[in-house]
Every structure is written in structure tokens, then in C-alpha cells.
Design a protein around this ligand. Structure first.
Ligand code: NDP
Length: 492
């Protein structure tokens, strides 16, 4: 063929499919077995029990971790109490700050390793753990390190003092981030900590504990005990714990609140949500579609503030839903370690069963389901991004927290109707509004019963910005100056 003929020949259609781009796991070195991190070192559990933690994307075991029994919890609380009495509680803020700054820098230095570990143990896409979770973890430590020597300026005239030992229980959806939200303000204010990560995602907290020891944090200031719900329960009910901070389900939050009533312990609860995401007809549609996608499919929808109820103004409802379906079909579901993956693995078989059950209930109640035609990996726990139209307020999928990649879509005509429907929930954690009118944003924000209202964006987090809920979403704030209050005596 001559050059001219070659140039004229029709070229084969370009293949625009993504090539695999898998993050290496070599950067992570796992132990076969992890003890409990108590008093500055890993110790075998007195319970002598261990349980496996698996990779939810492959179902392969990653390591064994200790199950802390009551005597182990006791040991950890004792270590935290001694560290509080002997050094940390009375250490000048500017000294405490040095440790926190050092930890923040070390998290930054090791952020790739920690992100890969988080993805392996929890199933979230690497692009999220790498670009969202870990940067926010470091930012939280930097932010609260900055407050450690300025508490008297944060609360002038109030003589801010630490509470003592904080018992902290965190969930599996943002293991490192929830650790940072709890540990950083507690240490900055002079408290010592016993932390229990979730049963399915203990590895990043254990690695963090070793990192904190490497940073020189005095023994006992941070203790990490692994185990299931019973371990969490022993910790929060321990008589020598002064402060309880819990993030998790509303059911467990209620249990904790009732068992702590009358004990005098300071408590903060960050519980479930069923956030309303409201789209007005004057919203920039393509941006709003991206906001909705991020609102519900970020972290497979395992997000307490996920925008799981979508309210679209009737005049644009059909067009918006069509566009949304098209966008849903472009989401890449699969290996969380692949840098192109948008929706990773569901955290556990139990959570997958819960999501599947609620989706079946949605269909049985008469809502219309749409799922893109994507191929799911053969092993591991995966669920297709799902949306429901024809949902009514009384449907369980419009009322209950599904905690998965499932969106319930409803419509409204007027702003008043949007408010009424958005607030028709026992929860009150977050909400989102999309409109081009600033005055309408303010009008809506005033009336939405939610701790956080995002306008023309969604899921934006910043350590300087307080986060927390109303009603069954809990109470207390994490982040910002408000986040210090939860760890200080006599200041509310
Ligand atoms: P849980 O509320 O059971 O778990 C949260 C944390 O609390 C975990 O560390 C858990 O330990 C611990 N825990 C469990 N029982 C007790 C107890 N009695 N006392 C003290 N601590 C306890 O949530 P699940 O993991 O069971 O998830 C169930 C549902 O909760 C999800 O489907 C979702 O709807 C919601 N959820 C909401 C979250 C949020 O951020 N709002 C976060 C996680 C879940 P262990 O992991 O070992 O059981």
C-alpha cells in the first residue's frame, strides 16, 4: 500500500476502554497476627482469642487480630489512666502539639502505604483512600495539633481542662478518618485514648498505633484494642472511662446512650442518616448529576451522610433521571485497588445481605429499579449501583439507612414541599441543595433539619468545619473548634 492509500484507508474504531491500572500491594507489609496495642506495645490478649480479617474484594484472609476480652479492656483503660496521670494530662499544650505534628507528618509520609492498606481491609476504591481519606487524616492531625497550645484562646476565660480517659468506638466505613476525627482532638486537649476499631477493618488502626509509637508518643496515651461489639460494650461501660465517643448505627448508639445514662460520662454519638439531596430546576444539571453520583456512590454508599434520598423538581425530573441513568452506566465497579475503579467492594457479607434485602423490599413495595449492566467480579462482595424511581415517602427504601450504593428518587413541585419531604425522616445528619439562586440556598438551609447542608456540592469535608447531627443522627460535633468541646471539662 502506498502512503497515500494508507492515509485514505479507514482506521479501525478506537477502543476507549480503560486498561487495568492496579496499585501494587508490595508497599504494605502485614503481620500474620496482631496483638492488642496497650501501653505502647503490641501484647497478646489475655482472652487468648484471635479472629481473621479479610479482604472483602477477594474474600482472602489478610491477618489475624486479637479479640480483647474484659480483662484486656481493663488493661488498656489502666494504661490510659496511668499515662493521663503521669504525663499527658498535665503536659503543656505546646509539647503535646509536637507529637501531633509529628504524627501528621508521618501519616503524610506513609500515606500511600496506609491508603493501600485501607483499601485492602475495607474494600474502598484506592482513588478515594489515596485522594480523600488519607489527606483528610493528615489534615485533621495538623489542624488539632494547631489547637493544642491555644485552648485558652479557643475558650477565653473558661479554663479548658481535659476529661481524662476517652473510650472511642469507630465503624468500618472510614476506619482511618474516623480514627483521626476522634484521636486528634482527644490528644490535643490532653486526654488519653482507648480506641476500638470495627471488627472488619482493624488493620489501619493497628498500623497507626505503631506509627504513633514511632513518633515517640508516650506509652499508654493511645491504646488500640480490637474485637467485636462485646469489646466495644466493655470499653464504653468501663467505670474508669470519662468520655465516650461513638460513630456507628443508631441502634447501637441508643444502647450506649441508655447504658451510660446517669454515669456522668461525657458522650458524643455520630449515628446514621438518610440525607435529602434536593435538585431545583434552575440547577446546573451536569454538575448536579456529578454531585448526586458523588453523594450516593462515594465509598459504595457506606457513608452516614450519603445523599440517599434524591428529590428532583418535577419539571426536570424525567430528563434528570435519564441523564442519571446514562451516567450510572459509565461507573466502573470492581477491583478497589484499580485506580480507575469508581465503586469498590461492599465491606462485608453481612452488609451485602442487608443491602440486597432492602433492595428486594423496595421492589416488592412497588418502586421501579434501575441497575447498569456491569459485570461484577466473581469473588468478593459487590453490588451494582442502583436507583429506584416511583418511590413514595412511606417506602422502607425512603426511610431506612441502606448504607449501600442505592438511591431512592422522588419529586417535588415547590420549595415548601421539598422541605416537608426532606425533613420527613427520623435522621438529621446532612442535606444537599442544588440551585442557581443564592437566596434559595439560604432559605432552604434555614429550614432543613440537618447538621450539615451542602450547596451546589456534596460530601465536602474539612477539619475546620464541624460535623454532626440532629434527632436519631446523634449529638455532638466533630471537627472545628466545636470538636474540642467534646473533650473538655465543664464547657458545653
Ligand atoms: P455498629 O453500630 O454495630 O458498629 C459500629 C461500631 O460499634 C463497631 O466498632 C462495632 O463493633 C461497635 N459495637 C457494636 N455493638 C456495640 C455495643 N453494644 N457497644 C459498643 N460498641 C459496639 O454498625 P454495624 O457495623 O453493625 O453496621 C450496621 C448498620 O449500621 C449499617 O448497615 C449502617 O446502616 C449503620 N452504620 C452507620 C454508620 C455511620 O457512620 N453512621 C457506620 C457503620 C454502620 P464491631 O464492628 O466489631 O461489631
Amino acid at each position: 500500500m502506498t502512503k497515500a492509500e494508507l492515509l485514505r484507508a479507514p482506521s479501525p474504531p478506537l477502543d476507549w476502554k480503560y486498561a487495568p491500572s492496579r496499585e501494587s500491594t508490595e508497599i504494605v507489609s502485614l503481620n500474620e497476627r496482631y496483638g492488642l496495642f496497650i501501653d505502647g506495645k503490641f501484647q497478646a490478649p489475655l482472652s487468648k482469642k484471635y479472629f481473621p480479617t479479610i479482604n472483602p474484594a477477594t474474600e482472602e484472609p489478610l491477618a489475624e487480630v486479637a479479640e480483647a476480652g474484659e480483662r484486656d479492656v481493663n488493661r488498656a483503660v489502666k494504661a490510659a489512666r496511668s499515662a493521663y496521670d503521669d504525663s499527658w494530662g498535665s503536659m503543656p499544650g505546646k509539647e503535646r502539639a509536637k507529637y501531633l505534628f509529628r504524627i501528621a507528618r508521618m501519616v503524610q509520609e506513609r500515606s500511600r502505604e496506609l491508603a493501600v492498606l485501607e483499601t485492602m481491609d475495607g474494600g474502598k476504591p484506592i482513588k478515594e483512600s489515596r485522594d480523600v481519606d488519607l489527606p483528610l487524616v493528615a489534615a485533621h492531625f495538623f489542624y488539632y495539633a494547631g489547637w493544642a497550645d491555644k485552648l485558652e484562646y479557643a475558650f477565653p476565660g473558661l479554663d479548658p481542662q481535659p476529661l481524662g480517659v476517652a473510650g472511642q468506638v469507630i465503624p468500618w466505613n472510614f476506619p482511618m478518618m474516623m480514627l483521626a476525627w476522634k484521636v486528634a482532638p482527644a490528644l490535643a486537649t490532653g486526654n488519653t485514648v482507648v480506641l476500638k476499631p470495627a471488627e472488619t477493618t482493624p488493620l489501619s488502626a493497628l498500623t497507626f498505633a505503631a506509627l504513633a509509637a514511632e513518633a515517640g508518643l508516650p506509652p499508654g496515651v493511645l491504646n488500640v484494642i480490637t474485637g467485636a461489639g462485646a469489646t466495644g460494650s466493655s470499653l464504653v461501660n468501663h467505670g474508669d472511662v470519662d468520655k465516650v465517643a461513638f460513630t456507628g448505627s443508631t441502634a447501637v448508639g441508643k444502647l450506649i446512650r441508655s447504658s451510660l445514662a446517669g454515669t456522668g460520662k461525657k458522650v458524643t454519638l455520630e449515628l446514621g442518616g438518610k440525607a435529602a439531596h434536593v435538585i431545583f430546576d434552575d440547577a446546573p444539571m451536569d454538575q448536579a448529576i456529578e454531585g448526586v453520583i458523588n453523594g450516593i456512590f462515594f465509598n459504595q454508599g457506606h457513608v452516614c451522610c450519603a445523599g440517599s434520598r434524591l428529590f428532583v423538581q418535577e419539571s426536570i425530573h424525567d430528563r434528570f433521571v435519564d441523564k442519571l441513568k446514562r451516567r450510572l452506566s459509565t461507573l466502573r465497579v470492581g477491583d478497589p485497588l484499580d485506580k480507575n475503579t469508581d465503586v469498590g467492594a461492599i465491606n462485608s457479607a453481612e452488609q451485602l445481605a442487608k443491602i440486597s434485602e432492602l433492595v428486594e423490599i423496595g421492589r416488592a413495595e412497588g418502586a421501579e429499579m434501575f441497575q447498569p449492566d456491569c459485570v461484577l467480579p466473581r469473588n468478593g462482595f459487590f453490588f451494582r449501583p442502583t436507583l429506584f424511581t416511583g418511590v413514595s415517602q412511606s417506602h422502607r427504601i425512603a426511610q431506612e439507612e441502606i448504607f449501600g450504593p442505592v438511591l431512592s428518587i422522588m419529586s417535588f413541585r415547590t420549595p415548601e414541599e421539598a422541605i416537608e419531604k426532606a425533613n420527613n425522616t427520623p435522621y438529621g445528619l446532612s442535606a444537599g441543595v442544588w440551585t442557581s439562586k443564592g437566596s434559595r440556598i439560604l432559605w432552604m438551609a434555614d429550614r432543613l433539619r440537618a447538621g450539615v447542608v451542602w450547596a451546589n456540592t456534596y460530601n465536602k469535608f474539612d477539619p475546620a468545619s464541624p460535623f454532626g447531627g440532629y434527632k436519631e443522627s446523634g449529638f455532638g460535633r466533630e471537627g472545628g473548634r466545636h470538636g474540642l468541646l467534646a473533650y473538655l471539662k465543664g464547657i458545653t
